[in-house]
Design a protein around this ligand. Structure first.
Ligand code: 5AD
Length: 353
């Protein structure tokens, strides 16, 4: 590792605020040795906070209708070939029941921005889930809404909210999204969620079209300022029916390196080894854990829904990422020295493991 990078890492470990140019130094062409050094530091930090526990979240993809038209995403409004579906309230509750029986104590309701799920419907659904599963945490991942809506979801019992910022560079944001969507609005939502007391998750794709060391530096600077409780990072993977069809996918190595950096930046963060990472490389999720991640999100959606919820081509949905294969996931984590745990894994909630 060169001296310049080394001094940036040291500053980061000391909890100092890095400048944009220091971040740029850190994210610019890391080599294998840089990655290994950061991964070691990341593992040590994660183990101090969480031991060797890997938290599981049951992911329920409950609708793939979306009013947005993000250029990278397979369920964008303009994709006429997407097979659209919505789970009913009862189907969603049934997913939770199955998940609960398997040992899940956190459910993540993820979907497109589907106007069918009005604030009233969402609040009712949230109350129903939290009423039936009193010892479980509920995470929402349903995009941008008004402050009043977020307030209503919180009141109904939702605990956490994932809303990736996608990129912290306004121009890059415009390259990834059509006019009418803005980074300013997205960041406003994130700040609002935090203020309302949600454990909040931001994040971005690695290798999205137009991403550069400058935009990545902006992402890390933004994370340093927002200090989210969760950060979702996965490689961009092209989808054939989107404007970014045929673009190269993001690098697995760079994704792992950035996971390590974020672990050092936010020692307590809940960092998932994402499905996209597992899709991009056969051992992606294990590698993610070894780079500093501490969460995996197996899929609890009914089989039919899983196939339709295609954000990118080739999305895994039948192997270890399927909730019913929890045993296989347990074994694959044990093989690398980690242990799947079933508690809620609240932020700073558990030491040791
Ligand atoms: N490749 C990788 N990740 C994607 N997402 C959406 N489309 C893609 C893609 N083509 C990610 C976005 C979104 C999350 C739910 O999935 O970052 O926030």
């Amino acid at each position: 590792m060169n001296r310049e990078k080394e001094s940036c890492v040291k500053a980061l470990e000391e909890g100092k605020r890095l400048t944009r140019s220091q971040w740029k130094t850190l994210v610019s062409d890391p080599d294998g040795e840089d990655a290994e050094i950061l991964a070691q530091k990341a593992r040590r930090i994660r183990e101090e906070r969480y031991g060797r526990a890997v938290f599981i979240r049951g992911l329920i993809e409950f609708t793939d209708y979306c009013r947005n038209d993000c250029y990278y995403c397979g369920i964008r409004k303009s994709n006429g070939r997407a097979a659209r579906y919505r789970l009913t309230r009862e189907e969603i509750l049934e997913c939770c029941r199955q998940g609960y029986a398997l040992g899940f104590r956190t459910f993540v309701l993820q979907g497109g921005e589907d106007p069918f799920f009005t604030d009233e419907r969402m609040a009712e659904l949230i109350s129903a889930i939290k009423g039936e599963f009193r010892d479980c945490a509920l995470t929402l991942s349903i995009g941008e809404r008004e402050e009043e809506s977020y307030r209503a979801f919180r009141k109904a019992g939702a605990d956490r909210y994932l809303l990736r910022h996608e990129t912290a560079d306004p121009e890059h944001y415009r390259l990834l999204h059509p006019a009418g969507m803005s980074l300013e609005r997205r960041m406003g939502c994130l700040r609002c969620l935090k203020e309302l007391g949600f454990q909040t998750g931001a994040g971005f794709m690695v290798g999205s079209p137009g991403q550069t060391p400058d935009t990545l530096a902006a992402d890390l600077e933004f994370l340093q300022e927002l200090r989210p409780e969760m950060v979702g990072i996965g490689p961009f993977l092209p989808h054939r029916d989107t404007p970014f069809c045929g673009r190269p996918g993001g690098s697995v190595e760079l994704t792992l390196y950035l996971l390590s950096l974020v672990r050092i930046l936010l020692p307590d963060a809940l960092l998932p080894a994402t499905t996209a990472l597992g899709t991009a490389a056969a051992d992606g999720r294990e590698a993610g854990i070894l780079a500093g991640a501490n969460v995996v999100m197996p899929n609890l959606s009914p089989a039919g829904a899983r196939e339709k919820y295609q954000l990118y081509d080739g999305k895994l949905c039948t192997g270890n990422e399927a909730a019913e294969n929890l045993e296989a996931l347990r074994r694959s984590m044990e093989a690398i020295g980690y242990r799947v745990v079933v508690d809620r894994g609240d932020y700073r909630g558990m030491i040791g493991g």
